[in-house]
Write a protein that binds this ligand. Sequence first.
Ligand code: G3P
Ligand code: CA
Length: 329
Amino acid sequence: MKTSNKTFTVIAHRGACGYLPEHTLEGAAMAHAMGAEYIEQDVLMTRDDELIVLHDLYLDAVTDVAGRFPGRGRGDGRFYAIDFTLAEIKKLRVHERVTAVDLPAFPGRFPVGKNLFSVPTLEEEISLIQGLNKSTGRNVGLYIEPKSPAWHEREGKDLIGSVIGLLAKHGYTGRNASIYLQSFDMDALKRARFEFNTDLKLVQLIGENSWEESEADFDYLRSEKGLEEIARFADGIGPWLPQVVETSADGSADISDLTELAHRFGLLVHAYTLRADQLPSAVGDMATALRILIEQCGLDGVFTDHPDQVVRYLRADRKTWENSREPGV
Ligand code: G3P
Ligand code: CA
């Protein structure tokens, strides 16, 4: 969306997951209706090679898998999606995310006890978004993260290749397609660009090395040399919000040079994850957070659990912008 002086992209993180359980078709439809420009999908592969939309490698934090399939967990007690067929996964009920001790991860959100939802396939979600685009005349895009491609490879699955194949089947090819592919795994993105020769827009996610999200050295990737390397295969970076701005106790923003540096190499910056119910206490409200992210940091977009609030802020800002123009301009 247009802001006072630039475009700012609203990416609904795992659907409208501030309001409905993450990665459900219902949540994606809500995000579409709220005016998000892209809707995010984390994607995994099942035992029978189907692509499903799910964040964790395992099913237990958002479904009733432990009760329905007792004894199917691995040694670590987790129920991995890759150990189940799609038919089995379709029998599960999805609920709001819970912690390791079965408490709501976000107590103010949709009630955990309401198991009304199911795990969608990527193909179902594409069909929903394309259908809504037709009926509303909008062009909302996908923002896909094939989750842990190296782990899938060790399990004998080519996740990146399968995702790119399915996307091509549904018309997502070329630079102008309404889609981004994102990954923490630099080798997977390079494979997408140079082995599968995709010209879809690619975004290198940047985390902290301590998270062990991939083999990538995120300290290096945030450096000038790292960003220069990213610019050879990707269109943007997706840093964690604290890598872009930290807020001190008095509410002042300590802005890093990452966004400016990335822009110097022609890279977009879409940061994650803005949550209205998890703002730093010194920031206080979404409008203040967005003013800092847009006007002071110069971000190009944000992943958010609350797309309606970002859209509302941008629309209000546009009104101010339109009203402030000289007559006749
Ligand atoms: O993909 C951007 C952001 O979603 C990365 O974090 O853990 O929510 O997939 P995660
Ligand atoms: Ca993600």
